[in-house]
Write a protein that binds this ligand. Structure first.
Ligand SMILES: [Zn+2]
Length: 338
């Protein structure tokens, strides 16, 4: 089976994330702390969502260890579950990946432990958190590491260092809610630094929807020689509200994180994004918080692929009203008329 690097040389690699938001919606995960306890408490729910993304065309099963690090587990009083949670998440991803032709990604992320004012001492804490997670990923057979939702170049570089030392390819993506990383680098410059440090793929995930992520991605594409990743949130972010954290509802209330429903993109719009990203030279295309299997299937199909779930892709020609003579139908059912 081809690894990440080989696949990227051949074609776009389609990823899929959004485990956190989707499992929260399904009632298995608490919004706020957002710790993936579901991995231990309801492994079938995680297995099922992996399988849905796999059927929708995702080529990577991402072990659900986002926020499954020491800092977060300590916060909810489950630090003793840190290793079992990480190992279980990796095994679930691996088990479902084997049902298709998917790769397994270990996952590390922003730690909230990094302090740019004290990069050495806080960096040591981050290094140890990453080291234990990446070691478990290596032992459980992960093919590569996704280091994501990074806010600081300093912290992201530690992830690359640890992952390279342990011998796995790495995708590193920033998700700063600011116009640049919190430690002050434009995203293209930040990505250049990661590439120089040995990251295989660099780019952005989370925070921004397709409309506000793509322009930044194009700058990154122009700045680096390595592959680029883009995993936006599927929300209608705008120039004035460029991230999903800043989206406001009609009453001015903050929609993030649990009232974002009115802003969700349709599957067709995510498919448009997949095509635009491919045309912009993005090698790793996916979706982040809020993404669901129907988005991923539409993206896969727009990339010209037929996936297992394509068997049930829409066929509105078979709809009793929309599929027939619409004028006849509207006479019979006047409420369908515009
Ligand atoms: Zn996200």
């Amino acid at each position: 089976m081809n690894g990440l690097r080989e696949r990227l040389e051949q074609d776009v690699v389609l990823g899929a994330e959004g485990y956190l938001f989707e499992l929260e919606r399904r009632g298995y995960l608490k919004s706020g702390p957002y710790v993936p306890e579901v991995v231990l408490d309801f492994p079938d729910a995680v297995r099922e969502l992996h399988r849905e993304f796999l059927r929708a065309g995702a080529e990577v099963m991402v072990a659900f260890t986002y926020y499954g690090h020491r800092e977060k587990l300590r916060m909810i009083g489950r630090e003793q579950d840190l290793e079992p949670l990480n190992r279980q998440a990796l095994r679930l991803a691996r088990e479902v990946a084997a049902e298709g032709d998917a790769l397994v990604a270990g996952n590390i992320c922003n730690t909230w432990a990094y302090d740019p004012e004290a990069p050495q001492s806080s960096g040591e804490i981050v290094r140890e958190m990453y080291r234990e997670q990446v070691e478990w990923a290596v032992q459980e057979g992960a093919d590569f590491i996704i280091s994501e939702t990074q806010d600081y170049v300093g912290e992201a570089l530690i992830g690359v260092e640890v992952t390279r030392k342990l011998g796995l390819p790495t995708i590193v993506t920033f998700a700063s809610t600011e116009a640049r990383t919190i430690d002050g680098y434009e995203f293209d410059e930040a990505c250049k630094r990661l590439e120089a440090a040995g990251a295989d793929v660099v780019g952005l995930n989370c925070s921004r929807g397709p409309a506000t992520m793509l322009p930044l991605i194009e700058k990154i594409r122009a700045a680096v020689a390595c592959h680029v990743a883009a995993q936006p949130v599927p929300y209608r972010t705008t120039h004035d509200q460029p991230t999903f954290q800043t989206l406001r509802d009609d009453g001015g209330g903050r929609a993030f994180p649990i009232a974002l429903d009115p802003f969700v993109h349709t599957r067709f719009e995510l498919a448009d994004f997949a095509a635009a990203a491919r045309d912009a030279g993005v090698g790793y295309i996916g979706v982040c918080c809020g993404g669901a299997p129907h988005h991923v299937r539409a993206m896969a199909e727009r990339l010209g692929r037929t996936v297992p779930a394509s068997r049930y892709s829409p066929d509105l020609a078979l709809h009793p009203i929309l599929g027939g003579n619409i004028e006849e139908s509207e006479k019979k059912y006047p409420s369908w008329k515009d």
